[in-house]
Design a protein around this ligand. Structure first.
Ligand code: 6LW
Length: 521
């Protein structure tokens, strides 16, 4: 037996959903405006995960153009109906809610390819799907309540999905508005058919500090649902800001082949009880059943810091459970961690055989909600050094290349180099809520290439240029607690002609993501 540290998926991996087929588990998380979207991860022990594909990986499957940060792909659900895999999810465009909406995709192989999306005629977010004993399909999700007395509250709906018509059919049923009086936002619902009953697991309290998990059950899928008297069955809100881990909620249940149960859910590691640059991460929680109800973290009542894994392969050595993502080192261009904004990386850059990227400069700047020449990686460790080598020789006059710590279009910090008629200029720029502060501006002579990156240490992001530390930026000005939104931080390279016609491209090589020793569990 070994123990593994929570979170099982560090960095921005919110709204986890899980299913098991045979002895394999499959898990998906939200990816918002980053593509490829919805990583599909596989595990045989719930702790070591490998990314086997992405559900939204083809340019044009969905239209992300103009979608701002914290819009895009929200809370997916993954299930297997005995024959094929299903993912239901929502594309959110906050500026134009008529665009996007709930959709379903299917695949024989969870690694892909996934089908083109079919739109569901249901508003709201957080769709999920459950299968009846007779093969009927029940979609459910959450949306703003329609009746005026529930103003500003959400409600969970259930409606049948016809496999032949590939559409929602029949009557809609509103089954749940949350367990705890005065607490808002019932969301992230999942229905399970178990021992002749239907169970509902839903989040409430909002995805921040007051987040919680509640459970209800019914004899029929359409209700009436009766809440567990122990609701909320898991929350960290009563632990206060000193709990270290806050915002636990949005759970999905899974049963192991041996009959034991677990849940995955999101929570945030917030050292000061407020800020969490790594975003909402995926945690594992043991579950038992008592008197027909699931008990989350039995005997403990909070997410465990460590999870015992009695079922792991005896031959596995201590310390080898970490998923690949935790290993420090080179991140070649074909690494599955690379993401771009609103288009897949291959749409803005070319991965070369030597592991480097060729990134054509684009007109768009980082604050544009369009297709930006950007290649990024999640921040998965509080203490990590990230660097890359950028060739600047081809950079044309007025063009900028840089390394950015990104929360959104509005909030980011970059170390960047711009070519001017007089030569190259090095800058550190901190953009906060659309106002820009220049922390450093210097004329510099560089060799043909330059190493740019960041030294992240807790709250400190220190930009680095050719090994030299530059004025740092406080993570507490950039994380979602400071800026709003749903995301953890991303590190990336970008290249822009600052609105003019782009003329060049830059080569990016030797990208190294190196968690500091203490950060590697
Ligand atoms: C998600 C909702 C939420 O759709 O945040 O955890 C939204 N709560 O359920 C985006 O991740």
């Amino acid at each position: 037996m070994i123990t593994a540290a929570n979170p099982i998926l560090p960095g921005c991996h919110p709204d986890p959903s899980i299913c098991r087929v045979g002895d394999e588990y499959f898990l998906v998380t939200s990816t918002f405006e980053y593509l490829p979207g919805l990583p599909v991860m596989r595990s045989t022990d719930l702790v070591r995960w490998e990314t086997i594909g992405h559900a939204i990986d083809r340019h044009g499957m969905l239209d992300f153009d103009g979608i701002r940060s914290s819009g895009g792909l929200y809370a997916p659900t993954i299930r297997h109906d005995g024959e094929v895999f299903w993912i239901v999810c929502t594309l959110v465009d906050q500026a134009d809610p008529s665009r996007g909406g709930n959709f379903v995709i299917t695949a024989d192989d969870p690694a892909g390819p996934w089908s083109d999306p079919i739109r569901l005629d249901a508003d709201g977010i957080d769709p999920s799907v459950a299968f009846d004993a007779d093969g009927r399909v029940w979609m459910h999700g959450t949306r703003l309540a329609r009746e005026p007395q529930w103003h500003d509250q959400t409600e969970v709906w259930v409606r049948e999905f016809s496999r032949t018509e590939r559409a929602l059919v029949g009557e809609e049923h509103v089954i749940w508005r949350g367990a705890v009086q005065g607490v808002v936002w019932a969301e992230g619902p999942h229905l399970y058919r178990l021992d002749g009953r239907w169970y509902l697991v839903a989040a409430e309290g909002g995805t921040e500090f007051h987040h919680a998990v509640s459970v209800a059950r019914a004899d029929e899928v359409t209700g009436p649902y009766v809440g567990n008297r122990a609701n909320p069955v898991l929350t960290h809100r009563h632990l206060g800001r000193g709990a270290g881990v806050i915002g636990a909620g949005h759970a999905d249940l899974v049963q192991a082949p041996d009959g034991s149960w677990h849940a995955v859910m999101l929570a945030m590691r917030a050292a000061d009880g407020h800020h969490y640059p790594l975003g909402r991460e995926t945690f594992l929680c043991p579950v038992t059943w008592e008197d027909g109800w699931p008990v989350f973290a039995p005997g403990l009542g909070r997410l465990p810091d460590e999870v015992a894994i009695p079922w792991t392969d005896a031959a596995m050595e201590e310390g080898t459970w970490q998923p690949d993502d935790r290993r420090p080192g080179l991140v070649p261009a074909d690494d599955h961690r690379w993401t771009s904004l609103r288009v897949p990386p291959q749409h803005v850059a070319r991965a070369d055989d030597d592991g480097s990227w060729m990134l054509p400069v684009r007109t768009e700047v980082l604050s544009d909600p369009g297709t930006v020449a950007f290649l990024g990686l999640r921040q998965q460790h509080a203490d990590v050094d990230v660097t890359c080598t950028i060739e600047t020789t081809d950079l044309a006059d007025g063009e900028t290349v840089g390394f950015v710590v990104r929360q959104s279009e509005r909030d980011h910090a970059a170390v960047q180099i711009t070519r001017t008629p007089e030569g190259l200029v090095l800058e550190v720029v901190h953009r906060q809520a659309d106002s820009e502060q220049i922390l450093l501006r210097q004329d510099r002579a560089f060799a043909s290439s330059v190493a740019l990156g960041v030294r992240a240490r807790g709250w400190s992001y220190e930009p680095v240029c050719d090994g030299e530390g530059l004025p740092s930026v406080d993570a507490r000005t950039l994380d979602a607690a400071a800026t709003g939104g749903f995301l953890g931080m991303w590190f990336g390279v970008f290249a822009t002609s600052n609105g003019r016609a782009p003329r060049s491209h830059v080569r990016i090589s030797d990208v190294v993501y190196a968690p500091s020793e203490e950060a590697v569990q």
